[in-house]
Design a protein around this ligand. Structure first.
Ligand code: SF4
Ligand code: ZN
Length: 314
């Protein structure tokens, strides 16, 4: 028993080393101390990477880093792995031009990269598209096109540009298991079933893109960042709650609270469905006439949106 004030709180021992446990993994029944918990995240990430053949010998990995807990934790985990594996890393950040929000994140990323001794490059929407996110939002045809869908499309193009500019072999993003499930539900609810075919942990569309945290719960990434004193940005983007994602996140968390492990089984189903949709659509895929990326129409969604925004401006 541990005494807190007048209360006695029962403590548990770490299942791996016997020290005092600080994290309880409900879906597996494991209790872990801080050290063993962090090791378990590094080991799990390493298993996801090798199972999916995400990183190859001698690769230069571009890590897309936003300044949030997921991407900074990914940088931290990959840095640990790079000490015993043959790959190099470079951090890539995107400056969307969101007033009062992005500057703090960029500062955090810069300091953290210096601390880890990882090279760092930043690319801005304004430099590449001559538009900040805020300017793009003013040009959109209808408020029904959410800020995040425009931002996500622009970000994909910036990251592709950065990957080419820096000559990296692969781009790693910090998407966790919760992100994958939320995106699946958003695609279903919006009727965008084709996108379900693009949800695997590794995709190759001109450049290899990988999600090494795709099987790890969001709350575990938060705890990893906390226990490793990773200084992530706590301020949310002002557009964060405009879409439906936050409601879906809360819904999935509530399900998980009552049925631990349900996110893991849903993840398995999402991957199977993604494979089926991908196979079904395989023949329809062709190269975008403008950028060469694979898509199911003549021009990809990124190029279509950029053309529309620029038309509306002129
Ligand atoms: Fe962009 Fe939406 Fe993320 Fe804000 S919350 S940075 S608008 S994708
Ligand atoms: Zn295109």
């Amino acid at each position: 028993m541990v005494k807190f004030g007048h209360k006695k709180v029962p403590f548990m021992n770490c299942n791996r080393c016997g020290n005092i446990a600080v994290f309880s993994r409900k879906y597996s029944g494991e209790s872990l101390c801080s050290f063993c918990f962090s090791n378990s995240i590094v080991q799990k990430t390493s298993r996801i990477i090798s199972k999916n053949n995400m990183i190859q010998n001698g690769d230069v990995v571009g890590v897309a880093v936003s300044g949030g807990k997921d991407s900074l934790s990914l940088l931290h985990v990959l840095k640990k792995m790079s000490e015993s594996h043959n790959f190099k890393m470079i951090a890539i950040t995107v400056d969307e031009g969101i007033p009062g929000y992005r500057d703090e994140a960029l500062e955090i990323v810069r300091n953290f990269c210096n601390k880890l001794d990882v090279e760092y490059r930043s690319y801005a929407y304004k430099d590449l598209f001559d538009l900040t996110l805020e300017e793009s939002l003013e040009l959109r045809e209808s408020e029904k096109i959410s800020s995040c869908s425009i931002c996500g499309i622009l970000r994909r193009r910036v990251i592709d540009f950065g990957a080419k500019d820096l000559d990296v072999d692969v781009i790693a993003t910090g998407h966790n298991l919760d992100d994958v499930l939320q995106t699946f539900i958003i695609n279903v609810l919006s009727g965008d079933t084709n996108k379900i075919g693009w949800m695997e942990p590794i995709t190759s569309n001109k450049i290899r893109k990988i999600k090494p945290f795709c099987e790890i719960y969001e709350n575990e990434i938060v705890f990893y960042a906390f226990t490793n004193e990773i200084p992530f940005q706590s301020e949310q983007c002002p557009h964060m709650n405009e879409g439906i994602r936050t409601e879906i996140r809360e819904f999935l968390n509530s399900l998980e609270n009552h049925h631990s492990g349900i996110k893991n089984s849903m993840y398995g189903s999402v991957m199977k469905l993604s494979q089926i949709v991908k196979d079904t659509n395989y023949k329809q895929r062709r190269a975008c006439q403008k950028c060469g990326n694979q898509c199911t129409g003549e021009v990809c969604s990124v190029c279509t949106m950029l053309v529309n925004l620029k038309q509306d401006r002129s």
